[in-house]
Structures are given as structure tokens and as C-alpha cells.
Design a protein around this ligand. Structure first.
Ligand SMILES: Cc1cc2nc3c(=O)[nH]c(=O)nc-3n(C[C@H](O)[C@H](O)[C@H](O)COP(=O)(O)OP(=O)(O)OC[C@H]3O[C@@H](n4cnc5c(N)ncnc54)[C@H](O)[C@@H]3O)c2cc1C
Length: 441
């Protein structure tokens, strides 16, 4: 009977990170991915003739674990990313609010952003943010559980943020990043997203991908695993864990095949992990918080256009519209397109129910409000629903996230929902996979 050192279930960044680390250690590793391509929520693929991505992604300059992995597999950041030193916030069809977010790489723009933009935010509005950020960071460090009981809207008003500062800055930095309206967005998650960046503030800037994420990042990671003697199988769905004699001994595939290994790393989404774990561990205390950890969706719309929708490819937030964040991408990720808009929609639940043509109608109306007239430029479009792909970032759920180490012999967890400080990000997923692989000696 063939036996691997480790089976990794799921070929998203968490699974790929585990696979890379284990292959680097010389372990015999088999990575199994249910979809036709690797990358999971960080992937690019074809839907009925239109090349799409799982949703537009930004790499944050202070990430440290993901770049380590990329370096290991021979990917240079400068080959796959282009850097943005500022973002746009659009409240109306006039001039956008330009926020510099790169204190070292784009110092002038960053300082201008804070000192300037007086027509959007007065000095009083800006000053109202200071005690809020200081108190939030202190609570993040000293009272995480209490902070996680607040939503960011209540927390901001409790600490004196003015309504203008709230709508024009806090909303883009919350809903724009995690699609949730501020009254459902955990204050702990809000500050936690920025906290790891504070000691590395000098690295802060935003990377946009220069191609499909599967092609330029995830597939090369999978190829590297194979070059090191590992195996990667796509279109291969795991149906159950093989649990015998109080030990996970491998997995059973949907085609009935059984595969054995000393260790199994379950690196799927929370939604896919739950039923696999419940088959054997439903009554076990340790696994109950996972069962109670709710999930949330994300919905994206990608529109192929006859010309660019926006003068530059840049991360743009449009609070007060359904376009939580968006970017024109025809000069960056989709260079074969004449125009390409990738939009993350908020609130996602509203759009899950809608047909793509209905969603498009709402997007067009809101786009018009912020000065983008897309109507006569549309060539094609796709709606991408991530129905249960995220663990909930609403208040009160962070303490339910499990560690990578489980009490069951042979079973390890990975994935952005497992405990690590970067929440649902590429960095969080990569770090969870690295932590999982470290548990295998
Ligand atoms: C729209 C959107 C925008 C985002 N923007 C950003 C951003 O700007 N910056 C950032 O850092 N992060 C961003 N993220 C978050 C980031 O993509 C995720 O945190 C990360 O990709 C999660 O990786 P993962 O490996 O934990 O999970 P996933 O990528 O979901 O991987 C899990 C994998 O398991 C596979 N699987 C499931 N069940 C089975 C089974 N039974 N058998 C075999 N395989 C299975 C799935 O097909 C999937 O490939 C965004 C995500 C989305 C959706």
C-alpha cells in the first residue's frame, strides 16, 4: 500500500504553502484540489469563455510569510506585482479623494493625503480619527475579546469619530476590504488588519497583480512541489477522512479511492472542512467551536469593456454604493483586455440572490453616481459568488477559530479561518499553511 508522509487537502494558498514547506523538507507530499485549477480564492480561471479571477486581490507591502514562500519557489515579487502608493475614494462624480498609503515609498503622496483633501475631510474630521485609532490599537493589544464584541460603527462613534470621517475613511477601510457593512464588522478585525503593519509601516504599499493569480503565482508553486518530488492532483475531491484506531490515516476520494498518509492537512475552506470533520468528531469538545463558527459570502462582478472604465488601474473605494471596492485592470491583471473592471460588492448577501443581469443593473446605476458611465462599453460580464467561503468577521466570532494543531493523531488544519493574525488574507492563508507544515517533523 502506497503511503505518503502527508496529504494536503485543498490547493488554495494555505494548502500550497503547506505543500511547498513539506516538499522543501524532502517529505513525500500529495496535494489534492477539488477544482480544475489550484489557487482557491486566489485563483484565475475561465468561465464560459471569459477569463476571470476569484476577485481582485491586493498584496500588502508588510506581508512576510507569503513573500518568503514565493522566494523559495523562485518567484520574484517585482515580476508579478506593480506597486500602488495611493488609493482612490469616490463619493460622487467629482474629483476622487486620493489617499496616500505608503509612508516611505510614497511619502509625499501620503503626507499630501493627510494634510490635503480639505474639501473632503476637515481638520476636525481628521483629528477625530486620532483618539479612535490609538484607543483601538490599545484595545486590540490588551482587551481583544472586548474589542471583538463591538462593531466598528458603534466603536467609531463611541470614540468621537465625526460622521464625515466615518463615511469617507472608516467605511472604505472596513466594507471596502471585507464587504461587510460597518454595523456588522468586528472592531477587532478592523484594528487587527492594520496591527501587523504598524511595526513594518515603512514597508506599507499595495501590490496589484500583473496577471492571473493562478498563472503567475499559484501554479508555479504547485509546479515547484512536483519538481521536489511531490504530487499535485486537480479535479480531485476528498469525500471523507479515513479515521481508524483514533487516528486519521488518510482520505477517501469521491471516486472511492483510498489514499493513506502519516499526516493529513485539511486546508479547505471552513465550509468544506465542517462536514469532513463532523463525520467523525461532531461530539468532540475541541471541534465544537468550529461547528459554531459562522461563514459569510463574497460576491464579485467582472466586466469586460471596450475601453478602460477608469483613467488609471488603482484600488478604488466607493462608499455609499454597492461597489465596496473596485479596480480597472486592463493595464495590470488583464492586459489582454481593452477594459476590465473587477468589483467587490456589498452587502454580498443581497447579490447572492440576484441574477447576474440584475446585479449588473445595480452596478451600472451606482457606477453612474460616482461618474463612471459604463453602459455603452460593456462586452461581457460574469458574477462570481463565494457562497460560504469566508469565516464570519462579524463581532464575537474570533475566539471560535481553531489552531492548526488538533487533538487527533494524524490530523492538522490549515486555511485562513484557522488561528493566525492576518484574518482572511493571502498572508493569513500562507501563514496558516506554514504553521501546519511545521507540525510535521
Ligand atoms: C473576492 C476576494 C477578494 C480578496 N481580496 C484579497 C486581497 O485583496 N488581499 C488578500 O491578501 N486577500 C484577499 N482575499 C482573501 C484570500 O483570497 C483568502 O484569504 C485566501 O485565498 C484563502 O486561502 P485558503 O487556502 O485558506 O482557502 P481557499 O483559497 O478557499 O482554498 C481552499 C481550497 O480547498 C479546495 N477544496 C474544498 N473542498 C475540497 C475537497 N473536499 N477536496 C479537495 N479540495 C477541496 C477548494 O477548491 C479550494 O481551492 C480575497 C478573497 C476574495 C474571495
Amino acid at each position: 500500500m502506497e503511503k505518503y508522509d502527508a496529504i494536503v487537502v485543498g490547493g488554495g494558498l494555505a494548502g500550497l504553502a503547506s505543500g511547498v514547506q513539506l516538499a522543501a523538507k524532502g517529505k513525500r507530499v500529495l496535494l489534492l484540489e477539488a477544482a480544475g485549477v489550484v489557487g482557491g480564492r486566489t485563483s484565475s480561471y475561465d468561465i464560459e469563455g471569459m477569463n476571470v479571477e476569484s476577485g481582485f486581490h491586493r498584496y500588502i507591502g508588510f506581508y512576510s510569510h507569503l513573500p518568503l514562500l514565493l522566494r523559495k519557489v523562485g518567484i520574484k515579487l517585482s515580476d508579478i506585482l506593480t506597486w500602488e502608493e495611493k488609493v482612490h475614494v469616490r463619493m460622487n462624480n467629482g474629483k476622487p479623494l486620493v489617499l496616500g498609503l505608503a509612508p516611505v515609498h510614497g511619502m509625499v503622496k501620503t503626507i499630501q493625503g493627510f494634510i490635503g483633501n480639505q474639501d473632503y475631510l476637515s481638520v476636525k474630521d481628521k483629528l477625530s480619527l486620532l483618539p479612535f485609532f490609538i484607543k483601538g490599537m490599545m484595545d486590540y493589544l490588551t482587551r481583544p475579546k472586548q474589542l471583538d464584541s463591538f462593531n466598528i460603527k458603534d466603536y467609531a462613534f463611541k470614540h468621537g469619530v465625526t460622521p464625515d470621517a466615518f463615511h469617507q475613511l472608516i467605511v472604505p477601510l472596513s466594507s471596502g476590504i471585507y464587504f461587510l457593512p460597518p454595523d456588522r464588522y468586528s472592531a477587532y478585525v478592523f484594528f487587527g488588519l492594520f496591527a501587523p503593519g504598524i511595526p513594518k509601516f515603512y514597508k506599507m504599499r499595495i501590490g496589484a497583480f500583473l496577471g492571473g493569480m493562478t498563472e503567475i503565482m499559484c501554479q508555479p508553486m504547485a509546479d515547484w512541489i512536483e519538481q521536489k518530488g511531490g504530487e499535485v492532483r486537480v479535479n480531485t475531491k476528498v469525500d471523507s477522512l479515513i479515521y481508524e484506531d483514533h487516528q486519521v490515516k488518510g482520505v477517501r476520494l469521491s471516486n472511492g479511492e483510498s489514499i493513506y498518509a502519516n499526516h493529513t492537512i485539511l486546508a479547505t475552506t471552513l465550509h468544506a472542512s465542517k462536514p469532513l470533520l463532523e463525520q467523525h468528531f461532531k461530539e468532540e469538545e475541541w471541534f465544537k467551536p468550529i461547528g459554531n463558527l459562522p461563514m459569510m459570502p463574497a460576491v464579485c462582478m467582472q466586466i469586460e469593456l471596450s475601453e478602460p472604465a477608469y483613467p488609471v488601474d488603482i484600488t478604488t473605494f466607493a462608499p455609499l454604493t454597492c461597489m465596496a471596492s473596485f479596480a480597472e485592470q486592463s493595464r495590470t491583471t488583464f492586459q489582454q483586455s481593452k477594459g476590465r473592471l473587477s468589483i467587490i460588492l456589498s452587502p454580498p448577501e443581497k447579490f447572492l440572490e440576484k441574477k447576474p443581469e440584475e446585479t449588473l443593473k445595480e452596478v451600472l446605476l451606482d457606477a453612474q453616481k460616482i461618474g463612471l458611465d459604463l453602459k455603452d462599453k460593456i462586452i461581457d460580464y460574469r458574477q462570481i459568488n463565494h457562497v460560504y467561503d469566508f469565516h464570519s468577521l462579524e463581532p464575537g466570532h474570533q475566539q471560535l477559530r481553531p489552531t492548526q494543531k488538533t487533538p487527533v493523531d494524524g490530523l492538522i488544519l490549515a486555511g485562513d479561518y484557522t488561528k493566525q493574525p492576518y484574518f482572511s488574507t493571502m498572508e493569513g492563508a500562507a501563514y496558516s499553511g506554514i504553521k501546519a507544515a511545521r507540525l510535521i517533523r
